[in-house]
Design a protein around this ligand. Structure first.
Ligand code: NCD
Ligand code: ZN
Length: 352
């Protein structure tokens, strides 16, 4: 971290929870537009989720996804593998290619749901060195933690939204269990009260919570291991039809830097939760020659300047501090004067 005039320098950030929709739903995002959005938002490494139109639950689909990304990505990218409990024989090979294993214990986009009764056998079949990520809301968090107690396998609770779940995670951490959690910017910067203003653009899973929940997250930042955007683009038409999810790659950092300006979080905490901890928990490489230069002048988030193909943000109209001006990956400039200049195929694909 370095501060000079109105510019700050940060290490390249890591977002371990994005949905880039490629292959299968490239009308709303693809590997090029999604990774351009990542770089424009300061994220040099991202990890993509497996809930594609055809879920990534076979080695063939995982390898196909890796191959597609190789010609299209401008950032460094890795992939999480998926399971519905019937592909355990593929776990060892998949773990050699993937960053983690994602389990959906609640209904979400893609209708890809796992019965919690399969949890223990999945935890024990998946190689211990790689984390298991969980979509586990209030109704299933107990069984998610309970099922790993004897095995002590590292689990990561994704997009943790509420006081109730965080209290349970804090208790598990105090019991010495290897449980980590991530929080999304929309749960830190929006509440249920914003739903009437945002309409369909305020709908995501887990849903927006109360002010009391949000206050609890801010008071307990020390127990939050990482920030993850859950970048989940959908077209305007799909949102109107009820699709859950909001984009986030281009707004996470300015929202956090605005909170920093307001004295609600330190730059060290931002680096810890968007760089150091994700790298450690998910075994991702970092490089001294990968960094960002950010202009701390105030600006307004607007839909027109976004790289994400969906073309909207629930934070449009918000005044924030922190525009990514320059991004360098391994000494190569990939963003200059706020414009992504890296060519498709220049990013590194993990597992490829
Ligand atoms: C995500 C999506 O659209 O893929 N939607 C969401 O509301 N978060 C799915 C998910 O992250 O569970
Ligand atoms: Zn998600």
């Amino acid at each position: 971290m370095m501060s000079e005039g109105n510019t700050i320098r940060l290490p390249g950030l890591i977002d371990v929870h994005v949905h880039l929709r490629d292959p299968g739903q490239t009308h709303k995002e693809d590997f090029t537009t999604g990774t351009q959005a990542a770089l424009a938002g300061g994220f040099t490494t991202i990890v993509d989720m497996p809930n594609n139109a055809e879920p990534i639950t076979t080695i063939e689909r995982l390898k196909q996804k890796i191959a597609i990304a190789q010609s299209k990505t401008v950032a460094d990218i890795g992939f999480h593998y998926g399971t519905m409990g019937d592909n355990l024989e593929s776990f060892e090979e998949a773990a050699g290619l993937a960053i983690g294993l994602k389990l959906y214990l609640n209904k979400t986009t893609g209708g890809y749901l796992l019965d919690a009764k399969h949890l223990q056998k999945i935890y024990s079949a998946w190689p211990e060195a790689k984390p298991v990520l969980l979509h586990a809301e209030e109704d299933v968090i107990d069984i998610a933690i309970e099922s790993m107690k004897d095995l002590k396998r590292p689990i990561h609770v994704c997009h943790m939204p509420s006081k109730e779940i965080l209290q349970k995670i804090i208790a598990a951490k105090k019991d010495g269990l290897p449980v980590t959690c991530g929080v999304c910017p929309h749960h830190l910067f929006l509440t249920k009260a914003d739903e009437s203003r945002l309409g369909v653009y305020g709908k995501m899973l887990p849903s927006l919570k109360s002010q009391e929940d949000q206050d609890f997250l801010w008071k307990n930042l020390d127990y939050i291991d990482i920030f993850e955007s859950d970048h989940a683009p959908h077209t305007h038409e799909e949102k109107a039809e009820g699709a859950f999810g909001v984009p986030g790659l281009e707004t996470t950092l300015p929202l956090l830097l605005t909170a920093y300006k307001q004295g609600r979080i330190s730059l060290e905490q931002i680096i810890e939760k968007c760089h150091t901890n994700p790298a450690r928990i998910f075994n991702l490489p970092v490089d001294e020659g990968t960094y960002l230069e950010i202009d701390m002048t105030e600006y307004e988030i607007n839909n027109e300047s976004l790289y994400t193909k969906c073309g909207w943000s629930p934070f449009a109209g918000r005044k924030v501090y922190g525009k990514v001006k320059k991004v360098v990956i391994r000494d190569r400039t990939v963003v200059t004067d706020g414009t992504v200049v890296a060519v498709p195929g220049s990013g590194k694909v993990m597992g490829g």
